[in-house]
Design a protein around this ligand. Structure first.
Ligand SMILES: O=C(O)c1cc(C(=O)O)c2c(n1)C(=O)C(=O)c1cc(C(=O)O)[nH]c1-2
Ligand SMILES: [Ca+2]
Length: 552
């Protein structure tokens, strides 16, 4: 039997108990790290299914199973939340937010709930924020955040802190004007909204010509990280739109950036733009990990981000929310950046690999980047950062003129061209997907595990010196020795595993939980591989939550 539900407080989110998984990445710093250590390299071979559960949905199952003292919550595509008993899989309740039939989903997925107080918060495809009672699933309030008819949709797990529920909106391919917004956790009333694309007259407004800021993209579709000491949340901002850079000459702040927002007011305190005047659809939406570490003889409060642009970035959380540049290294083959300014981190581009209207251009990494949304993980015991990467992969895109029409795709590349964008040289034909381990204090890649084709596998690392991840089209879910990279265990899942794994403990037993459920852009990349490879690969769809423990 379950204990009474325990309210999720700011203190608990900031210092989560090792046996729980209370937020998207397990802590505010974004680590994807569980301190639990019962499962180890020595015994992981005995990991076996404790229970499993079919969600009844197809498409991309990406949310982590979140656990609060024996209560588990997952989300699925089509705005479904399922609450379960974490140890047994017994269903407690299901909630489903119906969405309008006319709504075409470009990215049919949902990345999870936020747990806060005695409530569960869900951001939906039709751009609503919903509060549910954690024990009954009853809808307590619902707030329309933006207009889905104008191309706004939400796929991310909300961020909860200081009495607020924060979200951002997708729509970078529909000509939205991106934002991060905060809502009162109690009432659902909007507290603030900060646009990622400044208007004329605002700081950065002059980096957008004419009216282009109105449809400039800058979507926000991955949960931010949070520094409770300074009350600043760090959010990643997506691509500038439309894709062709000559349609919006200028730096296009704050697209493709990390932005620092004060959680009380939403005020922009600082930013770092990873690449200006985006031409490659390299959304830099993954929030940077907060890691305090020694670096070249001084202690820095760093922000670490494995960029879709193929560089691994180390930044500095400076006083007042400003973000300083520290260092950057390519982690995959990259032919666009000719140099990086050692002071500011600003790259210069090779025009031969920069798309434009009326041009056909080849560039690496592909438009899905060195790493798309699947999150990195950081293990404070090994000191290593783990990256789910796609290496050696390139794209070819032809830019064409496009016109903004409300609710229509606003890209500037024909859909057929996007679906067949991938180009593979000799190296890519040998291997593409990688799990990389980096010592970020020195900028050295310590080990690499390669796969024949793609890796779309979010990572989990543990105090037991393990690293877990799926993401391959052979449907395997794997465990590695976190120090050496040696593969120790694998399990054939019912579908490809693009879910964020989590770990928790109930009654003295450690569990590893993850959703299988291939779809969205992992599936699209497979289609693009199939278009250039001599063989085709069918990855079956259908969501299944798998929960593992050690067999006795
Ligand atoms: O610009 C946007 O608003 C936006 C949203 C999303 C999303 O919400 O999932 C993706 C992307 N862009 C994108 O560029 C991308 O590669 C992507 C992959 C996936 C996925 O779930 O596999 N979503 C998205
Ligand atoms: Ca995008």
């Amino acid at each position: 039997a379950l204990p009474p539900y325990s309210a999720v407080t700011d203190q608990r989110l900031d210092k989560p108990e090792p046996h729980n998984w209370l937020s998207y990445r397990g802590n505010y710093a974004g680590w994807g790290y569980s301190p639990l250590s019962q499962i180890t390299p020595e015994n992981v071979g005995k990991l076996t299914l404790a229970w499993q559960y079919s969600t009844g949905m197809t498409e991309g199952h990406q949310s982590p199973p979140m656990v609060n003292n024996g209560y588990m919550y997952i989300t699925t595509p089509n705005n479904q939340v399922i609450a379960m008993e974490a140890a047994t899989g017994k269903e407690l309740w299901r909630y489903k937010k119906a969405i309008p039939e006319e709504l075409q989903q470009l990215h049919p997925t949902n990345r999870g709930v936020a747990l806060y107080g005695d409530r569960v918060y869900l951001a939906t495809t039709d751009a609503n924020l919903v509060a549910l009672d954690a024990t009954t699933g009853k809808e307590l309030w619902r707030t329309q955040v933006a207009d889905w008819r104008k191309g706004y949709y939400m796929t991310l797990a909300p961020l909860a802190a200081k009495g607020k529920i924060m979200i951002g909106s997708s729509g970078g391919e529909y000509g939205i004007r991106g934002f991060v917004a905060a809502f009162d956790a109690e009432t659902g009333k909007e507290a603030w909204r900060t646009y990622t694309i400044p208007a004329p007259g605002e700081p950065g407004g002059d980096t957008w010509p004419g009216d282009t800021y109105k449809h400039g993209g800058g979507s926000v579709w991955i949960t931010g990280t949070y520094d409770a000491d300074t009350n600043i949340a760090y959010w990643g901002v997506g691509n500038a739109g439309p894709w062709m850079p000559d349609t919006r000459a200028g730096d296009n702040l704050y697209a493709n950036s990390t932005i620092a927002l004060d959680v009380d007011t939403g005020k922009l305190k600082g930013y770092h733009q990873y690449h200006h005047n985006d031409a490659w659809d390299w959304d830099e939406v993954s929030a940077p990990l907060l890691i305090d570490m020694p670096y070249k003889g001084r202690n820095i409060k760093s922000l670490v981000h494995a960029g879709r642009n193929g560089y691994l970035w180390v930044l500095d959380r400076e006083k007042g929310g400003k973000i300083g540049f520290v260092d950057a290294w390519p982690f995959v083959e990259q032919n666009v950046f000719k140099s990086i300014d050692p002071k500011t981190g600003r790259p210069t581009y090779d025009p031969a690999h920069t798309p434009g209207t009326g041009k056909t251009v080849n560039f690496c990494p592909s438009l899905w980047g060195g790493k798309d949304w699947p999150p990195e993980a950081y293990n404070p015991k090994t000191g290593l950062l783990y990256i789910p990467a796609n290496n050696h992969l390139c794209s070819e895109l032809t830019g064409e003129p496009t016109k903004y029409q409300e609710g229509q795709l606003y890209i500037g590349v024909a859909i057929q061209g996007i679906l067949t964008n991938v180009r593979m040289g000799e190296k890519a034909k040998k291997s593409v997907g990688e799990v990389q381990a980096w010592d970020i204090k020195t900028g050295k890649q310590v080990w690499t595990h390669t796969y024949p084709e793609m890796n779309w596998g979010p990572l989990l690392t543990t105090g037991g010196n393990l690293l877990f991840g799926g993401g391959t089209n052979d449907r395997e879910f794997r465990a590695f020795d976190a120090t050496s990279g040696k593969q120790l265990w694998q399990f054939p899942a019912p579908s490809g595993v693009t879910g964020v794994p989590s770990s928790f403990e109930v009654d003295g037993e450690q569990y590893i939980a993850v959703q299988a459920g291939w779809g969205v852009d992992a599936q699209r990349m497979q289609g693009a591989f199939d278009a250039v490879l001599p063989h085709k690969t069918v990855v079956p769809q259908g969501g299944v939550l798998m929960v593992f423990k050690l067999s006795r």
